[in-house]
Design a protein around this ligand. Structure first.
Ligand SMILES: *[C@@H]1O[C@H](CO)[C@@H](O)[C@H](O)[C@H]1NC(C)=O
Ligand SMILES: *[C@@H]1O[C@H](CO)[C@@H](O)[C@H](O)[C@H]1NC(C)=O
Ligand SMILES: *[C@@H]1O[C@H](CO)[C@@H](O)[C@H](O)[C@H]1NC(C)=O
Ligand SMILES: *[C@@H]1O[C@H](CO)[C@@H](O)[C@H](O)[C@H]1NC(C)=O
Ligand SMILES: *[C@@H]1O[C@H](CO)[C@@H](O)[C@H](O)[C@H]1NC(C)=O
Ligand SMILES: CC(=O)N[C@H]1CO[C@H](CO)[C@@H](O)[C@@H]1O
Length: 494
């Protein structure tokens, strides 16, 4: 099969690779990409072993239409926890045009077509970690700089690099700048989940806050009813939601919790709350109204997969892309947790979604001893006390994930933090506009309830990138004349 065909196939399959509250949705519409032309790179499997020299093929993309060959920067858009079908046409393409930048994206190891192994057994997943992924990016950055230099017949040029990411890849963007400051001039970390959280009850609290008192209380009523009905007639309840394949009751409750969270996370609050409040006001059956939303919107239009909530499926190491969220769950169960447990008070989700449920899932899906050492992760990266520099943190006011991000500025370290505040500002709204799913081409902010809020943050992003490019000097030694990127000014500011 040729690569393009495989790519198309994967693009069609990618609705299966969704959900679990966390996973950042990538669009399936080819128009949402600047390019989908695949390139390959030989990557080292284990960056931390002196004796293991195995390699695997890692997929990447480049887009050079805006590139100013004389002194343009390189924007590395980090792909995160899903297949990476191309370079997404979000607000970074507007930035690339403004700054005359080359755009390049590397698929995250293990995801999509960049898997070192056919089977995703726990043993084979041992090289799946953010630490390895950061090294992938560093090695790739060197490789790509050289490949671009030879393409344009130039030598020893060190372009100014800026890294970008949203969500988990936003955390990678911040961490890359932290761990490899000599390889970049700055970082945008959009909705970046840099804090590993063990009991992440603030997630559910934010869902309630974003819903507002009325919609929250309807959601709570529904949860309560489903909690009561499940032990009595689980089959009927699951059937109502079209989810009879999800055998475990708490897996099913998790699906219902995620379905609500996703509306706020991705800027579609009214798609959920309007019909629920309508049902409430006209005294219709609330559970049926919610089931309609879950079936038609969450599992339908949004494209979430039941497989992501089915531990029987998550356990299966031979399913590859169809195995739901097995890969992301592995990262959750080993590094970052973000266990979205029910808060003890005023919870939207079922109290049965607790710490024990998550730990049991990790054990059931990956085996004995797999456990997220969040303390080690936060020691390694610093959490919200990350000791980096020149990193912009952005968050959406309605996004439950912002409580795992850095929400206050550290001006002394040149790490500003911005929050876009509006009714439908969610995950990555600075780069993706509103709603965040489906993606708006070039991250159009036109449908944000406060486009001005998004524009203001974007202006800050432009100013910081401009400043950091002008200050960029990788080594400051005598070779500085080789460095093309200094003092580059923006093409235009608006
Ligand atoms: C590349 O640059 C070298 C040295 O400047 C020059 O001799 C050579 O002709 C160039 N080759 C191409 C393909 O432009
Ligand atoms: C997480 O919550 C569980 C259950 O409430 C509790 O036993 C545990 O101590 C908590 N762990 C941390 C690190 O907060
Ligand atoms: C795992 O998936 C493969 C491929 O679909 C299937 O053949 C196999 O029966 C599954 N294993 C289990 C234990 O369900
Ligand atoms: C529990 O939540 C309710 C509703 O938000 C609030 O009024 C109450 O003060 C909370 N109780 C505690 C102990 O936090
Ligand atoms: C904004 O919403 C309207 C109505 O839903 C839609 O027709 C239009 O395409 C949207 N614009 C953007 C930029 O999403
Ligand atoms: C810069 C900024 O707007 N920070 C805010 C982010 O959100 C937190 C929590 O709501 C606020 O306390 C910060 O002021």
């Amino acid at each position: 099969m040729n690569a393009l065909f495989v790519l198309l196939l994967l693009t069609l399959l990618s609705p299966l690779l969704t959900a679990n509250g966390k996973r950042f949705r990538l669009p399936t519409d080819p128009r949402a990409y600047l390019t989908q032309e695949v390139h390959w790179f030989d990557q080292t499997l284990d960056h931390f072993s002196p004796t293991d020299h195995r390699q695997f093929k890692q997929r990447y993309y480049e887009f050079l239409d805006y590139y100013d060959v004389s002194d343009g920067p390189i924007f590395l858009k980090i792909c995160g926890e899903s297949t990476c079908p191309g370079i997404v046409n979000d607000y970074t393409s507007v930035l690339a045009e403004k700054f005359g930048a080359a755009l390049v994206s590397l698929e995250h190891r293990y995801y999509g077509m960049s898997s070192p192994f056919k089977l995703t057994t726990t043993e084979n997943l041992r090289y799946l970690s953010s630490k390895q992924a950061l090294f992938d990016l560093a090695v790739f950055r060197q490789y790509y700089q050289e490949s671009l230099n030879s393409k344009y017949n130039r030598s020893k040029v060190e372009s100014p690099w800026i890294v970008f990411g949203v969500s988990y890849s936003g955390a990678l963007s911040a961490w890359f700048r932290l761990k490899f400051p000599h390889l970049t001039c700055g970082s945008l970390a959009s909705s970046a989940v840099v804090l590993a959280v063990y009991n992440f009850s603030k997630f559910d609290q934010q869902v309630g806050d974003s819903a507002g008192p009325e919609c929250k209380s309807v959601l709570q009523e529904i949860t309560k009813f489903v909690d009561q009905q499940l032990p009595l007639d689980g089959v009927a309840v699951k059937d109502l939601f079209g989810a009879s394949t999800v055998k475990d009751d708490v897996d099913f409750l998790y699906l219902l919790a995620d379905a609500a969270a996703i509306a706020f996370q991705y800027g579609n609050p009214d798609v959920l709350c309007s019909p629920l409040l309508e049902a409430k006001n006209s005294k219709q059956n609330l559970v049926e109204a919610y089931a309609k939303y879950v079936k038609e919107y969450y599992l339908g239009k949004f494209g979430a997969s039941l497989n992501a909530y089915n531990q029987q499926i998550l356990k299966n190491a031979s399913l590859g892309a169809e195995g739901g969220d097995r890969l992301w769950w592995f990262q959750v169960c080993t590094e970052v947790a973000y266990f979205q447990v029910a808060p003890t008070n005023d919870s939207v989700r079922s109290p049965r979604i607790d710490t024990r449920y998550h730990l049991d899932l990790c054990k059931n899906v990956f085996g004995e001893g797999v456990y997220p050492d969040v303390d080690m992760t936060n020691i390694y990266y610093g959490g919200t006390r990350i000791a980096g520099s020149k990193i912009i943190f952005t968050n959406g006011s309605q996004d439950p994930w912002r409580h795992a991000s850095k929400q206050t500025s550290s001006p002394e370290k040149d790490m500003p933090s911005y929050i876009t505040k509006c009714h439908n500002c969610g995950h990555g709204s600075d780069l993706r506009g509103c709603p965040q799913s489906p993606l708006n081409i070039e991250g159009d902010a036109g449908n944000c309830t406060s486009p001005e809020a998004v524009k203001k943050v974007r202006q800050q992003i432009i100013e910081h990138i401009d400043l950091w490019l002008s200050q960029c000097d990788y080594d400051g030694d005598d070779d500085a004349s080789d460095f093309l990127g200094t003092a580059r000014s923006m093409v235009s500011s608006s």
